[in-house]
Design a protein around this ligand. Structure first.
Ligand code: NDP
Length: 390
């Protein structure tokens, strides 16, 4: 039996992970499950999977969680420090599936165990890529990508020498607004932005997919994870979401990874690696698919990719600022304080302000440096949102 902890067990990736564990109960012992506000689901899952510990991020909900777990033998805890403690409980595999920068510290701490971190929380790599990779190396831990594109690249690279890679191409579905004219984007609602045409995901990543901010994070994630130069990572729009990524090699060959859009593939791969085991995902019917389409992303309607390139060129703490500003802008859109195109404007204005004199280029030497920039960028972006309120 392998011990597993799921950080973000009440979310979309948490759902898919626990579905796989449920199908293979004899193989797994659940150590800790964590959640945010949905303590009813957290408690039900902790009971159902026989977890030793359940942690809610929200201290105000600890009483409710305790009541829901009364008599179950599951320990209850709450707050950011308890999330980190959950990540420190001995486990062979930790799934990092908290959304946003809140996932950074627990994932980072899990690496100290020297086990496996199945990383869905791309924000960690965007904000603190070099620190995270160095921490994994220091403890002999392995990080397995759970993002479908990065899992696809990882699989295409199996047995290959990274020095022979010319380019990495990650695909984007283009989201629900792929064909919307620029002027219509200003009227986009939260529900329209969250209605992803191909993938079923949490609300925040779905809206990030509509703005291509998700793809912008993934560009940086690919650069950090695979250690390639920024110009070696490309994005192509592929509306069917069947090819998740391609790797081009020095001999001109390209290896593509194809699969149905189902996160259980990438999660299962990360759990089972280095072996492949049967997974309950739809098999592709190539004849039914007929044709696969590709197009270039539109930099005018979707400026996020341009901003990601600027962030990669800046390096240092720019990724932390970018992610934090993006999260604040997304909050503003969800709260209907910002229009859809304003999100990119807020992120760009935040980066501009911080790059003037705030040490964006300094390479962080500790997690606290990253968290300090995250805090500063949130304040800066918050002030910009406040000033732009209509
Ligand atoms: P969801 O919004 O569905 O779930 C997020 C999880 O994080 C929930 O368990 C939520 O708890 C918890 N959470 C929210 N805020 C906090 C906080 N401040 N502190 C601790 N926990 C918190 O997100 P997804 O599952 O869609 O995404 C999770 C991560 O995986 C993200 O980083 C995303 O980018 C990445 N990812 C997701 C994919 C997908 O298909 N969904 C694909 C690839 C990557 P609660 O719901 O109880 O409040």
């Amino acid at each position: 039996m392998r011990r597993i902890t799921v950080l973000g067990a009440t979310g979309s990736i948490g759902d898919s992970t626990l579905d796989l564990i449920d199908r293979d109960r004899d193989a797994w012992q659940v150590v800790a499950l964590t959640g945010g506000r949905n303590v009813a689901l957290l408690a039900a899952r902790a009971r159902g999977f026989g977890a030793a510990l359940a942690v809610t991020a929200d201290p105000a909900r600890l009483g409710e969680l305790r009541e829901l777990l009364a008599g179950s033998g599951v320990e209850a805890a709450a707050g950011p420090a308890a999330l980190v403690e959950a990540a420190e409980r001995p486990a062979d595999v930790t799934v990092s599936a908290i959304v946003g920068a809140a996932g950074l510290a627990p994932g980072f701490r899990a690496l100290a165990q020297g086990g496996r971190l199945a990383l869905a929380n791309k924000e960690s790599l965007v904000a603190a890529g070099p620190l995270l990779m160095a921490e994994a190396a220091r403890h002999g831990a392995s990080i397995l990508p759970v993002d479908s594109e990065h899992s696809a690249v990882f699989q295409a690279l199996a047995g290959e020498d990274i020095a022979t890679v010319e380019r990495i191409v990650i695909t984007a579905s283009g989201g629900p607004f792929r064909n919307w004219p620029a002027e219509r984007l200003a009227t986009a609602t939260v529900a329209e932005a969250a209605a992803h045409p191909r993938w079923s995901m949490g609300q925040r990543i779905s809206i990030d997919s509509a703005s291509l901010f998700n793809k912008a994070l993934e560009l940086i994630e690919a650069r950090e994870f695979f250690g390639v130069a920024p110009e070696q990572v490309e994005v192509v729009v592929h509306p069917q979401s069947i090819i998740h990524a391609l790797v081009g090699f020095v001999d001109g060959a390209m290896m593509a990874h194809l699969g149905a859009p189902d996160m259980r593939h990438a999660i299962g791969y990360a759990l089972n690696w280095p072996v492949r085991r049967p997974l309950p995902v739809r098999r592709l019917d190539l004849v039914a698919l007929g044709a696969l389409a590709f197009e270039a992303p539109d930099p005018l309607r979707f400026p996020a990719l341009r901003l990601a390139r600027a962030v990669m060129a800046t390096g240092g703490l720019a990724g932390a600022a970018f992610n934090a500003a993006k999260e604040v802008a997304l909050d503003g859109f969800i709260a209907q304080r910002l229009r859809f195109p304003d999100m990119a404007a807020v992120v760009e204005a935040t980066l501009d302000r911080l790059s003037a004199d705030r040490g964006l280029t300094i390479a962080p030497s500790r997690l606290d440096d990253v968290l300090a920039m995250d805090h500063l960028a949130r304040q800066t972006a918050g002030a910009i949102v406040q000033a732009s309120r209509t």
